[in-house]
Design a protein around this ligand. Structure first.
Ligand SMILES: [Zn+2]
Length: 203
């Protein structure tokens, strides 16, 4: 599986030649880089102990990997689990709704639709994982990436979701549990490990 500690030590745009979408990642909410990286390392250690093979979507807390580069790593795995938290109190396990799509602002006819198999598989993954974390299952919000928009007639989704070829979820953890809270991260890592193991056991 691929564990993706959200965001990069970089702010800017990068256009993906295949889709025209801005796949640049940024630094996120204060503390996300350090906390999501540490949470990923803790979760990876637990999963590897259980025999799972874990690929990280970037190489260090401040490493820059675009959403395209992250998707390329994730698409060689069985599932893609993205780790985030939100400053505004938003939490949940997000997955792309069916028929969700994105396009570049500069070229609205260049539409990338989430793969139907990916949407269905992501829903199953989200429903398996959410109860272990005590979080609700939600639709991808689409995020705030500059230069991208949503084509008329389609629900929105995250850029990572339209690039994914495997089930993908974006977890917005409780900020108070994850930021500046090593014991909270250890708890979330344990819950997430149980969740992923239960998902693969039931597949
Ligand atoms: Zn984030």
């Amino acid at each position: 599986m691929c564990l993706d500690p959200g965001h990069s030590g970089y702010t800017g745009s990068e256009i993906d030649p295949a889709t025209g979408l801005n796949v640049g990642d940024n630094t996120g909410a204060p503390g996300e880089l350090e906390s999501n990286w540490d949470l990923a390392l803790r979760t990876r250690a637990k999963l590897e102990e259980m025999g799972y093979e874990v690929v990280l979507a970037k190489d260090s807390a401040y490493d820059y990997e675009s959403l395209r580069a992250r998707a390329d790593r994730a698409n060689s795995c069985d599932i893609w689990v993205r780790l985030h938290f939100d400053d505004g109190g938003f939490t949940g396990v997000m997955r792309p709704p069916p028929d969700a799509a994105r396009c570049p602002v500069a070229d609205p006819s260049r539409i990338t639709v989430v793969d139907p198999t990916v949407a269905a598989g992501s829903d199953a993954l989200a429903r398996a994982v959410a109860p272990f974390l005590g979080l609700a299952v939600r639709d991808d919000t689409g995020g705030t990436s500059q230069g991208n928009t949503t084509p008329p007639g389609h629900p929105t989704c995250l850029i990572g979701s339209v690039l994914s070829r495997v089930p993908v979820i974006c977890i917005e953890n409780r900020a108070d549990l994850v930021r500046d809270n090593p014991s909270g991260r250890e708890l979330v890592a344990s819950q997430l490990t149980q969740a992923i193991d239960a998902y693969f056991e039931s597949r």
